[in-house]
Design a protein around this ligand. Structure first.
Ligand SMILES: [Zn+2]
Length: 247
């Protein structure tokens, strides 16, 4: 039984300057010398970013018909803290919220956002994507991805965005606990494939579950996130290689 380094990093909020882990970590970013094309060389523990064959994000195309079972989602209102770690806005979650996929149980640890979207669906990019990061008892990760279209305002986001820390490295306790379920689309059909973390150390073996139905967010809500980040925070599309995407 082990908690993987990837999980520890995710839970620690990767680049908070107060974190002991961050001090030992190479600095990475979304452009320039620390940008995605250099991640694999920035540190030995990031090498999978360049050598991995099952990297995320991907363009989801050529789906194979499979008999995907329903994801059993049992979320409670457990989002208690909002963090601006300079790479994303992340909501940390208290224990007790789970998903079950093919009888395999994962606990929700945190969720965070990317703009524009990291994954693409049939060549289509979205203005924003949320990642709900879960871990099982052995440290295996499962990510539910939800795309956002620019349309009507999202009531769930409204509440979260009201407390976004403007400065990187800052965190705030949420005034009331957030239920991540409010950000999931009503229809739960999904695409499934094997992938990786989309940030260093790019660890593989991540179960990716991408919702087919997109949520909505207003132009202002997307702008607020993009403005807080000051830069796009999407890793470029990675080669699919031998993988298949099941629907
Ligand atoms: Zn992500």
């Amino acid at each position: 039984m082990k908690t993987s380094i990837a999980t520890s990093l995710l839970l620690a909020g990767m680049c908070l300057s107060t974190s002991a882990i961050a001090d030992k970590q190479a600095h990475w970013s979304y452009s320039g010398p620390g940008g995605p094309e250099h991640w694999g060389k920035l540190a030995k523990e990031f090498s999978t970013c360049s050598t991995g064959k099952n990297q995320s994000p991907v363009n989801l195309t050529g789906m194979i018909q499979g008999d995907l079972s329903e994801i059993k989602i049992d979320y409670k209102a457990g989002g208690h803290e909002i963090v601006n770690n300079g790479h994303t806005i992340q909501i940390n979650y208290k224990p007790g919220s789970t998903i079950s996929v093919d009888g395999h149980v994962f606990e929700l640890k945190q969720f965070h956002f990317h703009s524009p979207s990291e994954n693409m669906i049939k060549g289509h990019s979205y203005p924003m994507e949320a990642h709900f990061v879960h871990a099982d008892q052995d440290g295996n990760l499962a990510v539910i991805a939800v795309m956002f279209n620019e349309e009507k305002a999202n009531a769930g986001l409204e509440k979260i965005w009201a407390q976004i820390p403007e400065q990187a490295g800052n965190a705030q306790v949420l005034e009331s606990m957030v239920d991540a379920g409010i950000l999931l689309p009503p229809q739960r059909e999904y695409y499934r494939f094997n992938g990786s973390l989309t940030t260093p150390p790019c660890s593989e073996g991540v179960w990716w579950l991408v919702m087919k139905q997109a949520e909505t967010a207003s132009k202002e809500q997307i702008k607020k996130f993009a403005h807080t980040m000051h830069h796009p925070n999407n890793r470029p599309i990675q080669a699919i290689n031998a993988r298949v995407i099941v629907e």
